[in-house]
Write a protein that binds this ligand. Structure first.
Ligand code: FES
Length: 197
């Protein structure tokens, strides 16, 4: 048969069958890529959960795992993201931003000890007033300071509000240690967010 002749019926059936199978495979491939992309997006937006590690939000150690021993004793805090065991940084939802602070363990309130990894505490970094990140440290008061409107939180007593317009404390995230690495021990306790969300 030359290249221009119409193939016999059985040959045409074979070609149609191959085309249908090819299209079905292509549809499956696109669907599975979309599904895995959505799963990754979901994981990146999910709230911190048990088994998550922590990575730095910014600075020279950005995206590096947070180790207890490298945190400065007595503050300031560091802003961090939770990271799933498969390496997905949960940064798709900005309400997932956390802060960690290492304190003199004698200063940590009894009620907060179950949440601490030795002397390190972790809180939501989202100010409960209007959702700014609580990214400053007021050394003279030993408080977490939100520069947007001046709210101050005392980390040793569970990020209770000691100044400013914030209506409630920051949510606390339980921590544990895996060697020197800080690991989330459970979901946030308390409401994450502010008056707006
Ligand atoms: S947003 Fe933090 S004090 Fe207003």
């Amino acid at each position: 048969m030359s290249g221009h002749e119409i193939p016999p019926v059985s040959g045409r059936r074979q070609i149609v069958g191959l085309l249908i199978r090819g299209l079905a495979f292509w549809g499956w491939l696109v669907g599975s890529r979309r599904r895995s992309g959505m799963a990754a997006e979901d994981a990146a937006g999910q709230q911190p959960q048990a088994g998550d590690g922590l990575v730095y939000f910014a600075g020279p150690r950005k995206n590096a795992p947070v180790l207890r021993s490298e945190l400065p004793l007595g503050g300031p805090q560091h802003l961090v993201w939770p990271v799933a065991p498969d390496g997905t940084v949960r940064s798709a939802n900005r309400l997932n931003q956390l802060l960690v602070i290492r304190l003199d363990s004698a200063a940590i309130a009894e009620s907060m000890r179950p949440f601490a990894a030795e002397d390190v505490l972790c809180f939501s970094a989202i100010c409960t007033h209007e959702c700014c990140p609580v990214n400053m440290w007021k050394a003279e008061n030993r408080t977490l300071y939100c520069s947007c409107h001046g709210s101050e939180y005392d980390p040793a007593t569970g990020a209770t509000v000691v100044a400013g317009p914030a209506p409630r404390r920051l949510a606390v995230v339980p921590l544990q240690l895996d060697g020197d690495r800080l690991v989330v021990a459970g979901p946030p306790v308390g409401r994450v967010g502010c008056r707006k969300v």
